[in-house]
Design a protein around this ligand. Structure first.
Ligand code: GTP
Ligand code: MG
Length: 195
């Protein structure tokens, strides 16, 4: 996929502080460390645009990236992840307020990607989030991450297991490391945002 430019246009601790961009927005959601920022970087072909880290809880603000492709522009929105260890109740409340506030108030929100680590089972966090999005008519796609971490047989078995756990949502396997699934993901994003 040809990317003409990708740049950070806003970072905010409060969704109300984000400027209106007039562009269709795609939110990246999921557990901390699942690979949201890495996937964003791979989607735009820039290794270090969004901060990534082996330590969960790296992304603490809402970061909006304006992405320009031939004939199309969109905003990719990198959000803080949930569910990292040793997190205080207050911190968890802050995540909920930030992310739900964003999802609820952002008029331009066109669709969401919910990322799920291929090696983990789906938890209540994911099912609740998918239900929450569906109740608000936000189209969502589940993206399985880190496929490169498993050998072919195990990978196929995990894709099947997660497809069952997530049914009826469809899943798309990807790797930010190898680039697997990135072109199909762009096509899916285009269908979600532009019809
Ligand atoms: P938070 O910002 O804490 O919510 O995390 P995040 O979901 O943005 O995760 P991030 O992209 O920072 O990645 C977390 C860790 O997983 C980093 O060490 C990445 O290098 C690694 N990682 C991400 N995607 C992949 C992948 O496709 N393959 C492999 N092998 N590692 C990955
Ligand atoms: Mg991140």
């Amino acid at each position: 996929m040809k990317i003409l430019s990708a740049e950070l246009v806003a970072s905010a601790a409060d969704p109300g502080q984000l400027p209106a961009s007039g562009l269709p927005e795609l939110a990246l959601l999921g557990r901390s460390n699942v690979g949201k920022s890495s996937l964003l970087n791979r989607l735009v072909g820039r290794r270090k645009l969004a901060f990534t880290s082996a330590t969960p809880g790296k992304t603490r603000l809402i970061h909006c990236y304006r992405v320009v492709r031939p004939g199309r522009e969109l905003l990719l929105v990198d959000l803080p992840g949930y569910g990292w260890a040793r997190v205080s109740k207050a911190e968890r409340g802050r995540w909920k307020a930030l992310v739900e506030g964003y999802l609820e108030k952002r008029a331009a929100l066109g669709a969401a990607l919910l990322l799920q680590d291929l090696r983990r089972d789906v938890s209540e966090d994911e099912t609740l989030l998918l239900d929450w999005l569906s109740e608000r008519d936000v189209p969502a796609l589940v993206v399985l991450t880190k496929t490169d971490k498993l050998k072919a047989m195990r990978r196929a078995a995990r894709i099947e297991a997660l497809s069952k756990q997530l049914d009826p949502a469809s899943v798309l396997p990807t790797s930010a490391r190898t680039g697997e699934g990135i072109d199909p993901l762009w096509r899916a994003i285009d269908r979600l945002l532009f019809g």
